[in-house]
Design a protein around this ligand. Structure first.
Ligand code: PHE
Length: 337
């Protein structure tokens, strides 16, 4: 059998690829299902054990030699590929991806606050009771801690998925010295029934500024600057008294939306004002819990839901659209940068 292999090896070496047809003939002769190599490998089964190694190696070398003839000699480009390009043909569809509307809105909000000197801060989505509740002045019996609102982790009642990005306030104050000026975008989780208006997973952006003599008026001015940058120069805002355990005084920020049509009435519940965020002066108890002396420093904080703002901006009627990954929905944002 070794002699047969040697004979073929010489023939393969002597082969000259004069044309594509000759190469194809060679391929059929040696490498096709009825070709020489197939036949030799079939015969290999009958080779006695002590010769198997030598014959096997010679066979493999033969197969490689035949394959390299095909690979090496085959013209690498076809005539169609070398022909000059027909510039009148329609272009290829590049099928570009697009940013998710949540990312678009988040990036825009972050860049507005960055211009005002805020740095981006982050915290974990899995939080302990201290950062999500206790340090933020939530009394032990506060309803927000309730099983109905919070996803506790099975391993320990001390751990939960964060219910708001305010936990990042505490983490920032624990690790930084004032002045602190941070903005913290992130995902939050609440154990709520999913509907057109609320979801159990959504996104917030938290803001925090702590320094000497930070005032409520300063906060209001900062939030007005944000509102005009994001919603347009003519935007008017109003602050309504509200309550959060971690701010005192607290307020809800509304923007003037108008009452021109039925949609405006529905979106603003007939008032013309649209609520966009919560805010307030950081409660002295929260400053102390986070290691900052409230006699020296004061601060403000605010937090807004990204989905809510995105729904207003792009007139998206159902919050569930953000999570469905329906390409018909997502493709609409291809041209938005
Ligand atoms: N954490 C609050 C919420 O989830 C929002 C908020 C943040 C309010 C900061 C005041 C200050 O609703």
């Amino acid at each position: 059998m070794l002699e047969t292999i040697e004979r073929h090896r010489i023939a393969i070496e002597a082969f000259e690829a004069t044309s594509e047809e000759a190469i194809e003939k060679f391929r059929i002769e040696y490498l096709s299902r009825k070709g020489v190599l197939h036949e030799l490998f079939a015969q290999f089964k009958g080779v006695p054990g002590n010769e198997k190694r030598e014959v096997g190696q010679a066979l493999n070398r033969l197969k490689q030699a035949a394959e390299s003839v095909i690979v090496g000699k085959k013209p690498t480009t076809t005539a169609a590929e070398t022909a000059p390009e027909d510039t009148t043909r329609p272009g290829h569809d590049a099928n570009p991806g697009s940013h998710h509307p949540i990312s678009l809105v988040r990036n825009e909000i972050v860049s507005i606050f960055k211009r005002m000197g805020f740095a981006v801060a982050q915290g974990p989505e899995m939080e302990d009771d201290w950062h999500n509740f206790s340090a933020l002045n939530f009394p032990p019996e506060h309803p927000a801690r309730d099983m109905q609102d919070t996803f506790f982790l099975a391993r320990s009642p001390d751990w939960a998925l964060r219910t708001h990005t305010s936990s990042v306030q505490v983490r920032s104050m624990e690790t930084q010295e004032p002045p602190i000026r941070v903005i913290a975008p992130g995902r939050v989780f609440r154990n709520e029934a999913i509907s057109a208006r609320s979801h159990c997973i959504f996104h917030q952006i938290e803001g925090l500024y702590v320094d000497k003599d930070v005032s409520f008026a300063e906060m209001k001015q900062t939030l007005l600057s944000f509102a005009t940058a994001f919603f347009g120069d003519e935007t008017k805002i109003r602050l309504r008294p509200s309550y959060f355990p971690f701010t005192e005084p607290s307020a809800e920020v509304d923007i003037w939306w108008g009452l021109e049509n039925e949609d405006d009435h529905r979106m603003t519940k007939g008032t013309g004002w649209l609520e966009i965020m919560g805010c307030g002066m950081v409660d002295p108890a929260v400053l102390s819990a986070s290691g900052i002396d409230p006699k020296v420093y004061s601060g403000y904080a605010f937090g807004m839901g990204i989905e809510r703002v995105a729904m207003q901006r792009y007139q998206i009627p159902d919050i569930r659209a953000f999570h469905e990954n329906d390409l018909r929905f997502l493709k609409q944002f291809t041209s938005v940068i």
